[in-house]
Design a protein around this ligand. Sequence first.
Ligand code: NAD
Length: 254
Amino acid sequence: MSRRVVITGGASGIGARLAERFAELGDQVAICDFDSAAGAEFARSHPGIGAHVADVTNEDAMQTFLGSVEADWGGVDVVFANAGTGGPAARIEEISLSDWRACLAVNLDGAFLTCRWAARLMRAQGAGLIVLTSSTSGQWGHPHRSPYAAAKWGILGLMKTLAMELGPAGVRVNAICPGAVEGARMERMLANQSKASGRDADTIRAGYADGTSLRTWVTADDIADAAVWLASDGASKVSGQAITIDGHTETNSA
Ligand code: NAD
């Protein structure tokens, strides 16, 4: 049966791959992104997927996006609170309150607004799955990325609590914690790190893989594989879990 799937931050990276994968499985998919150019490009190349422009930190914009999905579908089966931003890369002494708040707003306020809507619909349905995107930074910490790490730990607290609140209503809530995922975002980060340190980007890239037991980077497909499994009957008893997909790390190598 075709599922109704919502993904925030879906115009690029992990969110886009999630959208493609669920659409390939025959599901109805709607994404939102605050980057209107990326959203337009995504809509052009994915005509079967509903692409909306909405900033996850903006309550009115999210109400418009989610309200239109609700009006079209009458409910929702799978929701990915995926939109995120890395925030400032600096020592805490150099981070302004506004940069701290901006990072928490995207990663946490956005997840709150998305989950609050999903919870209302799914509780009434007596079924559903919410998946939040955390990070290994939300498990090990991440030097020079304190707002990001704090937000991603917060995501896990939100996930655990919603799993308790919504479990009795038949709703599952889990998080995926990716390690370093190949793609535009990490390419930008490697370029920045290379510029700041004077080290070659390929050396830094190899260092990320060396920091994992499996000596590997992760792909958006690896994340999508886990997401598809979480949404399958095989995961019907899985809730309240942080699923780490990182080639195995026990600490942040940053
Ligand atoms: P990405 O930058 O490729 O994609 C993120 C998308 O979210 C972009 O399309 C961006 O425009 C959108 N977005 C950002 N702020 C938004 C906002 N306020 N409202 C709506 N959309 C917004 O990054 P990605 O790697 O695909 O990241 C997806 C998620 O995975 C994030 O939560 C990120 O923190 C998490 N994550 C990524 C990695 C990695 O290595 N790439 C590792 C761990 C966790």
